[in-house]
Design a protein around this ligand. Structure first.
Ligand SMILES: *[C@@H]1O[C@H](CO)[C@@H](O)[C@H](O)[C@H]1NC(C)=O
Ligand SMILES: *[C@@H]1O[C@H](CO)[C@@H](O)[C@H](O)[C@H]1NC(C)=O
Ligand SMILES: *[C@@H]1O[C@H](CO)[C@@H](O)[C@H](O)[C@H]1NC(C)=O
Length: 375
């Protein structure tokens, strides 16, 4: 009996040894695609649908546009962040080192005209469809909320189903989709500089109009108390639901912070993790990259004397399977920081999140690189 279980243990250990791969994730070297060029994939999501992988990225492809020096949010003729030809690129990876661009999720001609921001896909187990939403601004500058598409495959062939998702918070901007284990879908949405959560219909193509209790006890509890915030993410770890976001950082070079809320259920009640912002630290006055810090944005919104230790605005939390369980990797976009000023080459910051015994997220600091065992 003892020998039998020892054998099983050894076998399990051997399988883990064979299957896991130690990789170094670098924040100083650019990520490269299968052709050896810098991966053009920003403000999107990275997730896995099948336990055996791969991980899929759905992200914005900005193209070889040369950004004028200065503030990323300047909407001049030649600014790169507001063009209409950005693709929703799909990229496959097993190890976060080898990246394979698969193609575009939706052809530009088959989606509503405008500037695309923050594509986000999830799997809907209620109808076995892959659901992709993206935020867009029309050619007349109107924030049109979200378009939604579905596909039977994670790779592409997404068909636009709804050109304007019926959700309560408008005019909607950044968002993340979250699918709970029971099949319920949620969208965490930033609109009018405030963030709230809406329960979706079973097909994930509309909101039910039911909103979470984000500010318990307030006259209007539907929104988190923080103002001028965006780029929210939502995930679950050990029965705690987490929401992370930071001050608005419209392609801002200096990066933004990380505020944490937790709840026992996606509908709330949500509670702020005590303590200061996890990523805004006293500034050193350093200017990195091609652009200049946008005044009043990112960490500078709440305190002009701080800047982001991550040098980035939150993108997505990647849930990585390792032999020791799940690791949660914070990723952020480093706007205006491509050394050659090409928007497609703006880098990202990747840092593993660390949690306290009580589930709190510990302060996050910049690392040049880190190792991770990927299953
Ligand atoms: C998006 O894809 C189309 C078709 O491949 C291409 O013509 C266009 O340049 C791409 N846009 C960007 C911004 O790279
Ligand atoms: C949008 O949702 C609201 C409430 O959830 C509902 O009353 C309304 O009929 C919906 N509109 C459309 C066009 O579906
Ligand atoms: C500021 O400088 C200190 C000391 O060199 C360093 O530890 C810290 O990471 C720097 N902060 C930023 C945001 O670069």
């Amino acid at each position: 009996m003892l020998r039998h279980s020892t054998l099983i243990l050894l076998l399990t250990f051997a399988i883990v040894l064979i299957q896991s791969k130690k990789v170094t994730i670098s924040n100083i070297k650019p990520r490269l695609n299968q052709w050896g060029s810098i991966l053009d994939a920003h403000d999107g999501c990275i997730l896995k649908f099948d336990p055996k992988g791969p991980y899929y990225t759905y992200a914005t492809q900005y193209g070889p546009c040369i950004e004028p020096k200065r503030w990323g949010c300047d909407k001049t003729e030649d600014s790169c962040g507001f063009k209409y030809n950005h693709n929703i690129t799909v990229v496959e990876t097993y190890d976060f080192v080898n990246w394979k661009v698969v193609g575009s999720a939706v052809e530009i001609s088959k989606r509503p005209e405008g500037t695309v921001f923050r594509p986000h896909a999830i799997y809907n187990k209620n109808n076995k469809k892959y659901v992709l939403w993206w935020n867009y601004v029309t050619t007349t500058g109107k924030y049109n909320g979200f378009a939604a598409a579905t596909s039977d495959s994670p790779i592409g062939g997404f068909k636009t189903q709804v050109v304007q998702v019926n959700n309560t918070q408008q005019p909607a901007g950044d968002f993340t989709l979250f699918a709970d284990e029971d099949g319920s879908g949620y969208a965490i949405i930033s609109a009018n500089y405030k963030i709230g959560i809406e329960l979706l219909t079973p097909d994930y193509l509309a909101s039910t109009g039911r909103q979470a209790e984000c500010n318990p006890g307030a006259a209007d509890p539907r929104f988190f108390p923080d103002y001028f915030v965006e780029a929210p993410v939502m995930f679950k770890r050990k029965n705690i639901y987490y929401v992370l976001f930071g001050s608005c950082c419209c392609f801002c070079q200096q990066g933004s912070g990380v505020i944490v809320y937790t709840a026992p259920h996606p509908m709330g009640p949500w509670k702020r993790q005590p303590g200061p912002d996890l990523a805004c630290v006293p500034t050193n006055g350093t200017i990195i990259g091609n652009g200049e810090p946008t005044p009043g944005h990112g960490c500078q919104y709440t305190n002009p004397k701080t800047t982001s230790t991550l040098r980035a605005q939150q993108n997505h939390i990647v849930e990585v399977d390792t032999p020791n369980g799940k690791e949660y990797i914070w990723t952020g976009d480093r706007w205006q920081q491509a050394p050659d000023g090409i928007k497609a080459h703006d880098p990202q910051t990747w840092v593993p999140l660390k949690f306290g015994e009580d589930g709190s997220v510990l302060p996050i600091t910049w690392v040049d690189e880190f190792e991770i065992d990927v299953l």
